[in-house]
Design a protein around this ligand. Structure first.
Ligand SMILES: O=C(O)CCC(=O)C(=O)O
Length: 314
């Protein structure tokens, strides 16, 4: 059972919300589900030290795929010949990229059963339907930074009717096409959500809110301990509030299932992953896990390939 406390106008969820219902039940009801301690201490240690390496590389301007300050949303394109980190960063893209040398650790983690089993439960599918999507890292910004209130896939100024249509309000619930998560490698309470807002249009109060307004009715900070993961509906009303003085290394991933809207695959591929997805090095995986990962990759390529808009390699 979740208990809440209030800090500076924002209520914090301080325990997990998995005890009363299934993971899927919680996700459907609240728009997010917090799973404590998904990682063993040794997995946590390995991932944390690998992300430290990546963080240093990216801040030194040696990795071109970064979320730059003060930009909030993709595309993350860096003009050629410029230092990608010149204005500071708040994220590192493409953890499984073949040119990122520590990518093996992230590949092993992304395709591991603890993650995959939760995804399968939340999107109600089997191994044979899973589709590889995105895997990025959210880090401490170089200066304090906040994201505006948003839903990932619906513009803020969508009308109430459009929001209801896109969110399936009043329709029977359908299996989700993808799952998205944040896995914290340090304690992290940067993500602020309004529980239940993934299944309704914005209220007048929310519609009139300032982009960084604190204290909206019902808002909570999702309080994660290192090793916890939160899965969330990316159309929940949410924002991020980041403290430059606080370490952050939060793995930000998504996975889908085959047959979904081709726009979704296009979206994933258009982040640039289409250019290198064929070269992700799966050689550290073994047996069924490797087979499953290869299948996930092929399904992403086939979904994006329908339109002929991509020229995937490898
Ligand atoms: O930093 C976070 O936890 C949330 C990031 C986010 O809202 C986004 O990338 O759309």
């Amino acid at each position: 059972m979740a208990t809440t406390t209030t800090t500076a106008g924002t209520t914090s969820l301080s325990t997990d919300n998995t005890s009363q219902t299934s993971l899927l039940g919680s996700l459907n009801r609240d728009g997010f589900v917090l799973i404590p301690s998904l990682l063993t201490p040794s997995q946590l240690q390995t991932l944390r030290s690998t992300t430290l390496e990546i963080d240093a590389l990216a801040r030194a301007g040696k990795w071109p795929h970064v979320r730059t300050l003060p930009k909030q949303f993709p595309p993350w394109t860096i003009p050629p010949g410029t230092n990608p980190a010149a204005n500071g960063i708040w994220g590192v893209q493409f953890l499984m990229h073949p040119k990122l040398s520590p990518s093996t650790t992230f590949i092993q983690h992304y395709f591991s059963s603890p993650i995959i089993n939760v995804v399968k439960e939340l999107i109600e599918c089997e191994d044979e339907e899973l589709v590889l999507e995105l895997f990025n890292l959210l880090v401490r910004p170089d200066e304090d930074f906040e994201l505006v209130w948003h839903r990932d896939d619906i513009p803020w100024n969508a009308s109430t009717e459009e929001e209801k249509e896109r969110l399936g309000v009043g329709k029977p619930r359908e299996r989700a096409w993808h799952a998205q998560w944040n896995l914290a490698l340090h304690d992290d309470n940067s993500l602020i959500v309004i529980p239940g807002s993934h299944r309704r249009a914005k209220t007048d109060r929310e519609r009139a809110a300032g982009p960084h307004e604190t204290g909206l009715p019902g808002e909570i900070k999702v309080e994660m301990k290192a090793g916890d993961v939160v899965f969330y509906d990316n159309n929940i009303l949410h924002r991020g509030k980041y403290d430059a003085g606080k370490p952050r290394a939060t793995l930000h991933g998504s996975m889908g299932r085959i047959g979904g809207n081709p726009d979704r695959a296009r979206n994933v591929l258009q982040h640039g992953i289409g250019e290198w997805v064929g070269q992700i090095d799966l050689s550290a995986l073994e047996g069924k896990e490797k087979e499953r990962a290869e299948g996930m990759r092929e399904r992403l390529k086939s979904m994006g390939g329908h339109t002929g808009e991509y020229s995937l390699q490898g």
